[in-house]
Structures are given as C-alpha cells and as structure tokens.
Design a protein around this ligand. Structure first.
Ligand code: C2E
Ligand code: MG
Ligand code: MG
Ligand code: MG
Length: 288
C-alpha cells in the first residue's frame, strides 16, 4: 500500500512537472508575440537621497501588458525568458526603450538623474559594450545617464573576461550596480576584483530593520564594507520610516522602496521629476 502511494506521488509529481513545462512553453510563445505586438513597457521606480530628499536616480522595471491577464510582473516571465534565451531580445528591447525614453525626457527639458537598467548574466558577452554604445549613440544619450544592475551570479563565474567587460563599461562612463547584494554566493574577497560602483542591499535584509538583530548586523556590515570599498550604497525595498531611520544612522544615503514610491508608469515618473517630489522626513517620525 505504501508503495502504491509513493507511485501515485511520483505520477502526480511528473504530471505537475509536465504542467510546468507546458506553462513555460505557453509563456515563451506569448512573450515572443508580446515583443512584436508592443505589449511590453517600462515602469520607473525612483531612488531618493536621504541627505537632500531628492530623486537621484530611478530603476527601469519591465512590465508586460497582457491582453487577457492584464499587467504581468517580471517575477513570472523573466525566469522563463532566462531559461529560453529570450532574455537577450527582451534585454535589447529594455535598453533601447530606456534610451528612447531618456531622449524624449531630455528633449522635454527634464533634468534626468541616471536611469538603471537590469542586465541578465546572459547578456554579458564581449560584444555588450559595443552594443550598448550603438544604442546610446542612436539616441544621443550620455553613458553617464545609464546605470547597469547586475547580479552576483555573474561574479561567481569570476572569469577575467567578465572583469574586462565590466572595466570597459565603466571606462565608457556607466555605473555598475550589484543588485540583490547578499543573496548570492559571491565571497567578499571576490567583490574587490570587480569594478562595481554601487551595492544594492537586498530587500530581504531591509525587511527586518530595525527589529531583527541579524538583519541589522548584515545591513551594518554591508554598509561598512561599501564605505571601505568606496562604493555607493542603495537600500532596496524600504517601506517604513523605521527602516529609513535605521539606514540613515548606518550612513546609507540612497533608498528605493514603497516608502517613497512604487514603480510607476513613465508619465508619472516624469511628473515626479517635474514637480520636484521630495522625501519628507515627516512629523510622524520620532526626533533623531
Ligand atoms: P530587482 O532588480 O531587484 O528590482 C526590485 C524589485 O523590488 C522590483 O520588483 C520592485 O517593484 C520591488 N520593490 C521595490 N521596492 C519595494 C518595496 O518597498 N516593497 C516590495 N515588496 N517590493 C519592492 P519587480 O518590478 O517585480 O521586478 C522583479 C525582478 O525582475 C527585478 O528585481 C529584476 O531582477 C527582474 N527584472 C525586472 N525588470 C527587468 C529587466 O528589464 N531585465 C532583467 N534582466 N530583469 C528584470
Ligand atoms: Mg534591479
Ligand atoms: Mg534588486
Ligand atoms: Mg531584488
């Protein structure tokens, strides 16, 4: 009887895997179509400086306006795109769209902070700097307008080739941010080998501030290390004034999170820039 239920379990499991595979194939096909049909768009989430209260950057985040399912978040389709290689086409689209948008905003006389674009490790080959340079040129966008967000998975590969590409991107004038820092497997010794200009503390360590002792210790260690390595530091996923205050005391200047703003459509981000939206430290907060 026990054997039968194990077999039933295995059958069920493989049926589930089968469903997943089918789901992936469906998403892949639809995503290809989405790219052609213009169903993709970028949202922008501001980064704000605690010292000045001003918007000092933004991250471009991919969204898919699906004709039936509505707005689909990247958590659903990026992993599929990574698996199938479609991420290369998506990544090119994102870079192109971000530059087109920056050009449009600059033509409308907006003062633009740098815009960060997420890169998949798969996009990281020796032709990448050339490809980016071509897009920048096409839209007359300065490389200083662009930050590239990469993840630790790229560092684990650790090849000199990766370092060379990063050096090239930095030499062009682009910032390089290490995203979701602390969630990957890169050792601290690794970190200094790579020309990273910014560390982004992952949201999973920000959530517990200031109550979870371990999160506080990790956040403190990351900020201290970034300062030693002369890297900029951005805290992701800041939702509460308590988290903000703790980060400020640590000396982390830049925040990105719902406390200031969710990711918003391009027009809304432009309005924030135009209106000079500021982080107000608010009467709600206890005195420092
Ligand atoms: P990420 O690069 O770490 O982006 C930050 C994510 O955290 C975004 O999720 C953002 O909406 C979310 N977030 C920001 N502040 C808060 C907060 O205060 N609370 C909470 N709960 N969440 C917050 P999103 O837009 O769903 O993107 C998820 C991930 O998908 C991104 O994580 C990134 O890894 C990937 N992604 C998004 N756009 C692209 C893209 O154009 N290319 C690539 N390769 N990956 C992308
Ligand atoms: Mg990112
Ligand atoms: Mg991140
Ligand atoms: Mg993240």
């Amino acid at each position: 009887k026990a054997t039968r239920s194990i077999e039933a379990g295995l059958l069920f499991y493989s049926e589930e895997m089968n469903q997943r595979a089918k789901e992936h194939m469906r998403i892949e096909g639809e995503l290809r179509q989405a790219l052609l049909n213009g169903e993709l768009l970028l949202y922008y989430q501001p980064k704000v400086s605690l010292r000045s209260g001003r918007i000092v950057g933004a991250e471009a985040l991919l969204r898919w306006r699906h004709p039936v399912r509505g707005l689909v978040s990247p958590g659903v389709f990026i992993p599929v795109a990574e698996e199938t290689g479609l991420i290369l086409d998506l990544g090119s689209w994102v870079l192109e769209e971000a530059c087109r948008q920056i050009r449009e905003w600059q033509d409308a006389n907006l003062i633009m902070p740098p815009i960060a674009v997420n890169l998949s490790a798969r996009q990281f080959d020796s032709k990448l700097p050339q490809r980016i340079a071509a897009v920048l040129e096409r839209y007359s966008v300065q490389p200083e307008q662009i930050n590239l967000e990469i993840t630790e998975s790229l560092l684990v590969r650790g090849a000199d080739a990766v370092i060379a590409i990063m050096n090239e991107l930095r030499a062009m004038g682009m910032g390089l941010a290490l995203d979701d820092f602390g969630t990957g497997y890169s050792s601290l010794a690794y970190l200094k080998k790579f020309p990273i200009s910014t560390l982004k503390i992952d949201r999973s360590f920000v959530i517990g501030l200031p109550h979870e002792e371990n999160d506080c210790a990790i956040a403190r260690a990351i900020v201290t290390m970034a300062q030693q390595l002369r890297q900029e530091i951005v805290a992701e996923g800041v939702e509460t004034a308590e988290q903000m205050n703790f980060l400020r005391e640590l000396g982390c200047d830049q925040l990105q999170g719902y406390l200031f703003s969710q990711p918003v459509p391009a027009a809304d981000f432009a309005s924030m820039l135009r209106d000079g939206k500021r982080l107000t430290l608010g009467a709600r907060l206890p005195p420092a």
